[in-house]
Ligand binder design. Structure first.
Ligand code: SUD
Ligand code: ADP
Length: 284
């Protein structure tokens, strides 16, 4: 049998860090939503009792470091499954970009193996497996639009944003999420974006208020380390995006655009700055 799952990328419309916790993670408040840029996973039975990962992308680990592998191993161990699986990852989401590509692959693996192996896994259990795999995995399981608190795994569903275009630009820089959180001095954050205002904007269905309330405190770290990310954000706005922000720990910058007539110009302008540019819709 073969199972297919789509693993969409996320963007953070706002991201605030409250403080560092005794367990080393940071307490956050984030508003997250999905975009129509997705990896595709194909899962099929394997004669041998092993987990095999393949991908057309030459630049991701295919062993136990792969988050899809880790998700499959967790399910196999906890449910005592004595079957093998071959997971093929058709990667479309830029890697180490702040778009949760690996986390979304892990979430899609949990969903897919639940079907392939007929496990009837309760959603609560899937979410708890997700939290063991990474802070962003639970959101990638539920999808939609959510206010995420705790270390990112405590989710409250909120209304989807008004539909718009999302210009996604990933500069050729590698950023480590752990390093960015590690360099943040939460007591010195100059200004905190408001989750309350962002949630209110989405509840009101206001595109303008959504753009006015974009904010990400991790920009303070990544933009200082990599000034070209600030330049990309400036270019996004100069070319006509209604709002622009770095996603997660970066380095991807996204721009929100309400008028379709502006999209081609912004896309072409950004291509002058970086190779990896996408024009997609929100996944509402
Ligand atoms: C910043 C965000 C925003 O959505 O996304 P990305 O930029 O990774 O896409 C997330 O908080 C990232 O979530 P995720 O990528 O799942 O992180 P994890 O694997 O759980 O953690 C990686 C490392 O980041 C740090 N970390 C992560 C989450 C958190 N709330 N506090 C932290 O301090 C820890 O040092 C941890 O070892
Ligand atoms: N299935 C996967 N897809 C992409 N990256 C993966 C995957 N599994 C493990 N990784 C590793 O996880 C790291 C973070 O990748 P990714 O999830 O794409 O970024 P981010 O957390 O910034 O959104 C990368 O260094 C990559 O090597």
């Amino acid at each position: 049998m073969k199972i297919y799952e789509k693993a969409p990328a996320k963007i953070n419309l706002m991201l605030d860090v409250l403080h560092k916790r005794p367990d080393g993670f940071h307490e956050v408040e984030m508003v997250m939503t999905m975009i129509d840029l997705a990896d595709r996973l194909e899962m099929s039975d394997q004669p041998r009792d092993t987990i095999m990962i393949t991908s057309q992308a030459g630049y991701i680990p295919l062993d136990e470091k792969n988050l899809a592998f880790q998700a499959a191993k967790l399910v196999k161990d906890r449910y005592g499954v004595r079957k093998g699986v071959h997971i093929h990852l058709d990667k479309k989401i830029p890697v180490a970009a702040g778009l949760a590509g690996g986390s979304s692959d892990a979430a899609a693996t949990l969903r897919g193996l639940n079907r392939l192996w007929g496990l009837n896994m309760p959603l609560e259990e899937m979410l708890s497996f997700g939290a063991e795999l990474g802070s962003d995995v639970p959101f990638c399981i539920t999808g939609g639009t959510a206010l995420a608190t705790g270390r990112g795994e405590v989710l409250t569903e909120i209304p989807d944003p008004p539909q718009c275009w999302v210009l996604v630009a990933k500069p050729p820089i590698n950023v480590s999420t752990g390093e960015v959180y590690g360099k943040l001095r939460s007591e010195h954050i100059a200004s905190h974006p408001s989750s309350k205002n962002m949630v209110a904007a989405l509840q009101a269905g206001s595109f303008t208020e959504m753009c006015n309330n974009l904010g990400n405190v991790l920009e303070e770290v990544t933009l200082k380390l990599h000034p070209e990310v600030q330049q990309l954000k400036n270019a996004m706005l100069r070319l006509g995006a209604d709002g622009a922000l770095m996603s997660g720990s970066g380095p991807t910058v996204f721009g929100l655009v309400s008028k379709e007539s502006k999209v081609a110009r912004i896309y072409n302008g950004l291509r002058g700055f970086c190779k990896e540019v996408y024009a997609v819709r929100l996944l509402t």
